[in-house]
Design a binder for this molecule. Structure first.
Ligand code: LLP
Length: 423
């Protein structure tokens, strides 16, 4: 459920006209709906009522400070995967006690930062990482609270590039080694074993793989307890898909997913942690662009936008399908024209949609690329020396630019030309 809809013939984000925002901000830009973001956190809050639960929003999905602050105000914590994300979460007001740190390549510097901040938990992904963390914690005279991210060897996820829970993936520790590793970790002076963690993939469109993985992990929790290791937390990761509009069936509703998590975690008597990303931010955002040209090619007709793969890379990287809507509501009976919707970047993969039937559009018209709130702006770049698209947050009828478009001077500010190149 999201808050983007036509009103008086114009696409609105909540009560704000996208046309009016475009006039004020210019295109392309990302537009997020505060009400949608809030609603998604509340689904969990309601489903987990009465339990000790931490919704650690996965910052990688959308790391805009205003988005993080809004979610923190709703009581969300953060799942971070770098020192930078940790600092962003802290800068946005997420309490350190609600932060979990995931990722296969944490450096000692990042570990030190996280220990100094006093984060809730490290999700440890390998034995060398465990040893490094033990060292760093000992050198600080403290203990690092950890869970191992165990790899349950379950296939899940919308695209092979976003599947993480199979045995051949780089993530997590092998299922077969988990008990040994836990025993070792429990003997280390710089480590406090707290829980078990998993994450099996992203854009998962049905509950079956979750159910299979959670059931396996619940068994592991029992075995570890039988080994004398006190497991008091279970982190079930993220991964629930959102409807992009291309699949015959929508992914399960977040409420059903949350109920499944509750069903697994409650009998174990653990603190429940989850790390949703896409499910919180995905359909809370759109990328708004303007048509530059309608180009009649030899074989195809191209709609060339002023947004490109540098702004939204998902179609190029994962063959992702995003709905594209004209900002001016088309008449229901308007004719459709088949376009390849492309950007201006000099790469043949700079394509948002191939052979898409759209109402007639002309140069100057605005379009919204839907469901772009997660893994959109965070994955953007300045390729082709294109400025990063600004990000706008709408709440009711208000909007605010929460990341401005960089000026040309901003874009070159980190670069220098050495003196020896002059003359
Ligand atoms: N926790 C961990 C350890 C993760 O690796 C991820 C996502 C999440 C939580 C959040 O997963 P979500 O609820 O958002 O599915 N860029 C890709 C998705 C990459 C996901 C990476 N890990 C895309 O645009 O589809």
């Amino acid at each position: 459920m999201h808050h983007f809809a036509y009103r008086n013939g114009v696409l609105h984000a909540e009560d704000a006209s996208i046309e009016a925002i475009a006039a004020a901000v210019g295109t392309p830009f990302y537009c997020y709906s505060a009400a949608t973001l809030r609603r998604h956190v509340r689904v969990f809050r309601e489903a987990f009522g009465g339990l000790d639960a931490l919704v650690a929003y996965s910052v990688k999905a959308n790391a805009n400070l205003a988005v993080l602050k809004l979610l923190a105000n709703e009581g969300a914590g953060a799942d971070v995967v770098s020192g930078g994300e940790l600092r962003r979460a802290r800068a946005a007001g997420v309490p350190a006690a609600r932060i979990v740190f995931s990722g296969v390549g944490k450096t000692r510097e990042e570990m030190a930062l996280a220990l100094d901040e006093g984060i809730h938990q490290f999700n440890v992904e390998s034995e060398p990482e465990l040893d490094a963390l033990n060292d760093v914690a000992q050198s600080k005279g403290t203990k690092a609270s950890i869970a191992f991210r165990v790899n349950p060897d379950v296939k899940a996820g919308g695209h092979e590039k976003i599947s993480t829970g199979k045995a051949e993936d780089k993530f997590g520790v092998a299922w077969t080694r988990a008990r040994d590793l836990y025993r070792r970790a429990a003997s280390l002076p710089g480590i406090a074993v707290k829980g078990v963690d998993l994450h099996i993939g992203s854009q998962i469109a049905d509950l079956a793989p979750f159910e299979a993985a959670f059931a396996k992990v619940a068994e592991l929790v029992k075995s570890l307890r039988a080994d004398g290791i006190a497991i008091e937390r279970l982190d079930v990761g993220g991964g629930l898909g959102v409807p992009y509009g291309d699949a015959p069936a929508d992914p399960p509703h977040p409420e059903e997913y949350a109920r499944l998590i509750r069903r697994i975690a409650e009998p174990l008597g653990v603190q429940l942690i989850c790390e949703p990303g896409r499910m919180i931010a995905g359909n809370a955002g759109v990328l708004v662009a303007r048509v530059i040209y309608d180009k009649e090619g030899e074989r195809r007709r191209f709609l060339i936008l002023d947004a490109g793969m540098n702004d939204l890379i998902r179609p190029a990287l994962y063959d992702a399908w995003h709905d594209i809507r004209p900002v001016r509501e088309p008449a229901p009976d308007s004719a459709r024209t088949v376009y390849d919707v492309v950007g201006p970047v000099c790469e043949s993969s700079d394509v948002f949609a191939r052979a898409r039937a759209l109402p007639p559009l002309r140069a100057g018209d605005l379009v919204a690329i839907m469901t772009a709130g997660a893994y959109g702006a965070v994955l953007s770049s300045q390729y082709n020396a294109r400025p990063l698209a600004p990000e706008v947050l709408v709440s009711g009828g208000r909007f605010a630019v929460t990341r401005r478009r960089p000026s040309f001077e901003d874009m070159i500010a980190l670069e220098t030309t050495p003196d020896w190149l002059n003359g």
